[in-house]
Design a protein around this ligand. Sequence first.
Ligand code: ADP
Length: 317
Amino acid sequence: MTNLTVEAIELTRLYGGRPAVSDVSFNLTKGQVLGFLGPNGAGKSTTMKMLTGNLAPSAGSVKICGIDMIENPKEAKALIGYLPEMRPLYKELTVDEYLTIAARLHRVTGKHIKKAVENAKERCGLSHMSKRLIENLSNGYQQRVGIAQAIIHSPMVVILDEPTVGLDPIQIRDIRALIREIGGEHSVILSTHILPEVEMVCDHVQIIDKGKLVFNGGIDVLKRQRVGNKLLLGFNKAPTVAELLKIKGITEAEAVDANMMRIRFADGADDNKVAHEAIVQAAVKNKWGLFQIAPDHTSLEDVFVQLTYQDNAADTA
Ligand code: ADP
């Protein structure tokens, strides 16, 4: 019995000979919430469609709890709940009517349907909306109904494609809390282009760019990736950029304001030590009045741009 809920093995999808997704591999275990992040056109939806069995890969394979999606699609799909970007709602139905149909479509057996509907409504905070027509619900509640249909059969894996797009801040907060709660019992894949969402909801992140995975690891690892090679320096009599660049180990320098300078040095612990010491020595020698030397934490946005921009720069070079 495998502990893995999702195995994506060297997934590739070509459109007209051009790869939209190339050689993407990753695993997911129970209880993990994975953020699948990438700019528009990166290949997120194509990957989600292959994972859910809605699109055949040109090469590679998908296994859900060890069951091969191509060899046993019915069994594999039964273990997945999917909320596509376009919500699959019948707005002329009430919440109860719609969720009952969703339960049947997911092959919940007759005597278990009522319980499944009640359970999904309770988890998604919809119990008081049972008899309401879906078209009369707010955007946020309609999204809850979309999530309720994805978890109604208690699938092992829940896949949500851009679940908070178009919601207001309170609705976004509620839906994120709901996703975290679902993550306790299921594996969740959250496709999004919103970085703070990944930071708040996910424990693991993958970044895809131009069809290729450019990062696969924990959120903390992602944050650490670029932290440590930038410093924020405060001076009473700030030096010029040219003066800072003369210091051994410093590769970039810029003025933040009249007193603050941001510098970057080459990656590596030794470079870090050398640059710190050399800055202090130069500051004393030149009477720059150094009053602050602190790590400059790169934002997640910066990391994302660095990871995805490197390729773009190479392309246009
Ligand atoms: P994302 O979800 O990250 O925005 P997609 O998976 O939708 O990206 O698209 C990845 C790439 O594949 C894009 O360049 C897109 O134009 C292309 N693409 C997507 N679907 C099709 C299709 N049916 N036919 C041709 N090209 C497609």
